[in-house]
Design a protein around this ligand. Structure first.
Ligand code: HEM
Ligand SMILES: *[C@@H]1O[C@H](CO)[C@@H](O)[C@H](O)[C@H]1NC(C)=O
Ligand SMILES: *[C@@H]1O[C@H](CO)[C@@H](O)[C@H](O)[C@H]1NC(C)=O
Ligand SMILES: *[C@@H]1O[C@H](CO)[C@@H](O)[C@H](O)[C@H]1NC(C)=O
Ligand SMILES: *[C@@H]1O[C@H](CO)[C@@H](O)[C@H](O)[C@H]1NC(C)=O
Ligand SMILES: *[C@@H]1O[C@H](CO)[C@@H](O)[C@H](O)[C@H]1NC(C)=O
Ligand SMILES: *[C@@H]1O[C@H](CO)[C@@H](O)[C@H](O)[C@H]1NC(C)=O
Ligand SMILES: CC(=O)N[C@H]1CO[C@H](CO)[C@@H](O)[C@@H]1O
Length: 324
């Protein structure tokens, strides 16, 4: 019995030092944490539905650089001398930082110094997608916040819309995500918007032999040139990635991709590998509920990338700055 208790004791110590994400990590230390986030999201998101898209993209960018550790939230400061991830090209179009800062201030009032910014991003993302009618997924918590954020890393770690399937596969494999995860998570492009620079190379002067990307449906390319990205240098027009259904978390993204109407080269790349193509077809043959279930599992997996737990990192007091 004594030995048994000792083992339990040692395991408990190891558990608290090494740490792992678990469901309801704050159930003792800040029992209302998850409810505070959910209530605030439920109150505000219906009025700003585009925040769901913004937050899920923020979560993705956070996780792909130094793990899901809130590094995407850090502001550049003159004292650190670094440009942070926020300042990097892929982040110029990430929004929703104010929303996370607001949630953080509510949680600091309720339980100072307990709830990490990284967990707030993970929980708020799930809650915004749910309240806008999309899939749900488990969000185990206990992530701690990183202290490092470097713009150039966002550039090298976050996949670009110009990437081919080989690069995308490599980029996801770097984060322990496979081709199935790539197909599922790309399904988030069923909501939200993009700007012309993310794809206008497909419309103008694509290559020496073809001014339009031959992988893009030519009729759709004409529409985009005529009514959206009218010049090669348009940087401001907003374009739905899933026209007509950008607020609905449905399967139409995959139908568009098969019709060669995926907006980015990275979307159409998913049809150029037999495994990813087969997987798209499988999703389309299944039900929406089945997609939601699979998408949720992929999100849970993404939310575990290189997390800091136990005693590494810190609990930031202000999500935009490392504790001093
Ligand atoms: C597979 C590699 C991916 C690439 C190359 C990629 C690239 C992009 C680009 C270029 C934009 C538009 C930015 C702009 O022009 O404003 C965008 C938007 C978006 N991405 Fe991705 N993305 C990828 C994967 C993901 C993943 C894994 C998620 C989430 C699970 C995601 C969610 C979104 C959402 C929701 C938007 C719309 C944002 C908004 O409306 O504010 N993307 N993505
Ligand atoms: C961080 O920077 C953003 C703009 O990059 C700004 O809107 C925000 O107010 C800053 N946050 C803080 C806490 O200074
Ligand atoms: C600034 O960048 C250096 C290396 O480029 C890194 O070691 C340091 O941790 C960074 N500081 C912050 C606050 O990100
Ligand atoms: C994919 O892109 C990478 C990097 O741009 C390039 O080196 C590689 O040749 C490309 N692969 C294919 C199959 O086009
Ligand atoms: C994969 O990770 C390695 C090591 O960090 C990096 O050098 C490489 O550029 C990454 N590849 C992609 C496609 O992101
Ligand atoms: C199109 O691209 C080629 C190189 O691929 C370049 O020589 C030419 O100037 C470009 N034309 C325009 C109009 O940008
Ligand atoms: C954008 O391109 C168009 C023609 O393609 C040109 O007339 C216009 O001056 C350019 N605008 C800027 C701001 O460069
Ligand atoms: C949201 C955010 O921080 N955006 C910044 C991205 O980088 C540019 C240029 O460095 C800044 O002007 C934006 O404020």
């Amino acid at each position: 019995m004594k030995g048994f208790c000792l083992i339990i004791f040692v395991l408990a110590i190891l558990g608290s030092v090494q740490g792992q994400l678990k469901m309801g990590f704050y159930s003792r230390s800040c029992p209302k944490a998850e409810k505070i986030i959910q209530d605030y999201v439920n109150q505000h998101i219906p009025r700003v539905p585009s925040l769901g898209a913004a937050l899920i993209r923020m979560h993705f960018h956070d996780c792909f650089v130094r793990g899901c550790d809130g590094s995407v939230l850090l502001n550049s400061t003159s004292s650190s001398g670094n440009q942070t991830e926020k300042a990097a090209t892929p982040n110029l179009t990430v929004t929703g930082f104010d929303f996370i800062d607001k949630l953080k201030s509510l949680l600091e009032s309720a339980c100072p110094g307990i709830v990490s910014c990284a967990d707030i991003v993970a929980l708020a993302t799930r809650d915004t997608i749910v309240v806008t009618g999309g899939p749900s997924w488990r969000v185990p918590t206990g992530r701690r916040d990183g202290t490092v954020s470097i713009a150039s890393e966002a550039l090298s770690q976050i996949p670009a819309p110009f990437n081919n399937i080989t690069t995308l596969q490599q980029s996801f494999a770097n984060k322990s995500l496979d081709l199935k995860d790539l197909v599922l998570l790309s399904g988030a492009h069923t909501i939200g918007i993009a700007r012309c620079p993310s794809f206008s190379n497909r419309l103008y002067n694509f290559s020496a032999s073809s001014s339009t990307d031959p992988s893009l449906d030519s009729e759709y390319a004409n529409t985009l040139r005529a009514s959206k990205c009218r010049t090669p240098n348009d940087t401001t027009t907003l374009v739905e990635m899933d026209p007509g259904s950008r607020r609905t978390f449905d399967l139409s993204y995959y139908r568009l991709v098969l019709k060669r109407r995926g907006l980015f080269e990275s979307d159409s790349a998913l049809t150029k590998n037999s495994r990813t193509l087969r997987y798209i077809n499988k999703i389309l043959q299944g039900s929406l509920n089945n997609f939601y279930k699979e998408f949720g599992l992929a999100m849970e997996k993404m939310g575990r990338i290189d997390v800091k737990t136990g005693s590494s990192g810190e609990i930031r007091r202000n999500c935009a700055f490392v504790n001093s």
